[in-house]
Design a protein around this ligand. Structure first.
Ligand code: MG
Length: 276
């Protein structure tokens, strides 16, 4: 665990989790599939460009937009096609084409979970279920928000047996894309629970949720997880999350239980419990 900034303790009243890369590894490897897809689209318009250079610039903007809904990455692709003098398809069609490819690549994971060949823990970020259980015991409301479409998030959370931690509090992207953003979910939580910034905490492996959390004065915990499920840091995510403003960094939840010490002052709980 890496503490980048002192944070107030004992104030946390709601916690938001990102899904892919933070809780779930089911879509692990999606970045490469998206980059390859976009590379193909752009090379069709501009076959003279150097593929490895183009690939690097795609990686750059895909990363920058990670955590936002997929459609925004596709809007950007449309811009890149236009910049090269091409006529793009509409962003939603690109999104469907990319998504079909991603699903082809990860279908064996979903089917394996459905058939029982895989256990939910095989495709969860290390230690996350135990950590969520502990948070639930503390009575802190937990929220899940993802840039992936809502129907898929619900289904994948169920397959990974983590939906039970977020009853009626799972939010994903909608076709009406202006009706959802992580920023909107965060504002709604603050408003509905009447929270001040530091009473809100979020865990995420993407730039967007870390930045949006810090903007409202919340506590942002960056999860620099390796998407191959191995323990240890993803060094690249670690640097990105630090630059996005994370207060604390963890590689996964395998050794994250000490974080619980930040959450609620034990005396608050015992005082209430010892009331006659
Ligand atoms: Mg993520």
């Amino acid at each position: 665990m890496e503490l980048l900034r002192p944070i107030p303790t004992g104030e946390t009243k709601a916690i938001l989790f990102d899904f892919d890369g933070t809780v779930s590894l089911l879509r692990g490897g999606w970045q490469q599939i998206m980059v390859d897809f976009m590379l193909e689209v752009l090379l069709e318009v501009a076959p003279q460009e150097d593929p490895s250079e183009l690939s690097r610039s795609i990686e750059e903007f895909v990363t920058e937009l990670t955590g936002k809904q997929t459609i925004y990455q596709m809007f950007h692709l449309c811009d890149e096609v236009r910049k090269r003098g091409g006529r793009p398809m509409d962003a939603l069609s690109y999104k469907h084409r990319y998504h079909d490819r991603l699903m082809d690549a990860i279908q064996y994971r979903i089917e394996g979970l459905e058939s029982g060949r895989y256990q939910p823990r095989d495709w969860r970020v290390r230690g996350v279920a135990t950590f969520l259980e502990e948070l639930q015991l503390k009575g802190i409301p937990l929220y899940l928000a993802s840039g992936t479409d809502q129907e898929f998030v619900l289904e994948e959370a169920r397959l990974l047996d983590v939906d039970r931690f977020f009853p009626d509090r799972i939010f994903g992207a909608l076709d009406e894309y202006t009706q959802f953003s992580k920023k909107m979910v965060i504002s709604r939580i603050l408003l509905e629970l009447e929270l001040r910034g530091p009473e809100f905490m979020a865990f995420g492996d993407g730039y967007v949720e870390i930045r949006d959390t810090r903007r409202v004065g919340g506590i942002a915990i960056g999860v620099a997880s390796r998407e191959d499920g191995e323990p240890g840091w993803d060094e690249w995510k670690r640097r990105r999350l630090a630059s996005a403003g994370a207060d604390i960094l963890i590689p996964d939840f395998g050794n994250a239980l000490p974080l619980l010490g930040f959450l609620k002052r034990p005396e608050t709980v015992s005082l209430e419990e010892s009331q006659p």
